[in-house]
Ligand binder design. Sequence first.
Ligand code: AMP
Length: 425
Amino acid sequence: MAEPKFRAPKGTRDILPPESARRRSLSDAFAVLAGQWGFGEVVSPMFEDMGVFKRVGESTDLVTKEMFDLFDKGDPPQHLALRPELTASICRAYVEHRPVPPWKVWYDGPQFRYEQPQAGRYRQFTQVGVEVLGTDDPQADVDVIALGSRFFEAVGLTKVSLLLNSLGDPACRPDYLKALSDYLDSRRSELSAQSQVTLERNPLRVLDSKRREDQTIIDEAPLMVDFLSEESAAHFQQVRSGLEALGIEYEISPRLVRGLDYYTRTTFEFAADALEASQNAVGGGGRYDGLVEALGGPDTPGIGFALGVDRILLACNAEQSFEAAPSPVDVFVVDVAGGSSALTICESLRGVGLGADRAYGGRSMKAQMKLADRSGATYAVIIGDDEIASGEATLRDLRGDTGQRRVPLAVLAGEIRRLLQDNGV
Ligand code: AMP
């Protein structure tokens, strides 16, 4: 076969059946849990004014290097960007619509980052997430983290660890940043070239470096937890006791920092131990008490997380969990008498809520039976000249061992529905 002229752009991929059905079930499972926790869905635009993202992370790679930005055709043109994450958009929506706080919302959709693609790292990927705006109650942090943990359990992942840290607040962060900068400055020449540049822009992000030459320096760096103000320390303690009360295991990870600048206090990450260490983050989140204000809104605390759907599915593969949902096709109609019976029988089966499919193009019995098998259907309904003459259909069990029998067409749909219900399908 000739090479295709066009392929999906670098870092993007097509998600085809049956994998797409598995992904849909994963999203549905998240939607169900988020609903149980009292969250409502927000569907926001995939692009925003570039300023929305600039405001929140001027000194981060996400904003300086990884944005897909564009100018529209307006006069003057507007500088837009495909969203690299959704927290900023949710906060922009909060400022725009002023809902009554606390505002508990969830989302599910594609994000765009101009990154170097590799396994588990794409330029378009999907996140599901939640945000709670308008409360700084540590129990909101616990509720949010618990939702993430329970979601991983619900999809059958057993090897996901929860890493927890506190990044302090505006009262204590400056002292820590000063101590950290002084320390990193004193060891500047030992840092990787990249981390030396990062140090200029944002010393905290140096802690995020995965480069080998930086590791001892990072290991010996001062820790935020030793600088927490009384209030932040109390908040952190309440989050910890809340998690313990719910039996949610966590590890304190004193060097955990987050990609964007606006995080305060509680910070956490979910790491899938079944994935390669460099790409094992399946989700992360935290408190961002200054973000709404940075976007021109009232002083509003917030907490949330984003989970990476693509990586969660990779972790499910590695743990052999979250099988694809059973085929929604219950019945495959094999019509070797011209095809018009298949048309009306499918219609009547679908009319009673069953999944029904058929072949096209007058194919042989053998070819149609092959398609029936591949469809995942539980039953085949076979129509030939004989069946048409007697006003019946042959009903064949494709999965069990009950063989086949004739059923009058008039009662066929009801009969199949009864059989499926009896078998708990
Ligand atoms: P972040 O918004 O960077 O905290 O990312 C939250 C989660 O999204 C991460 O833990 C990953 O699971 C996922 N994620 C982030 N960037 C990518 C990417 N480029 N490709 C695939 N998944 C990603």
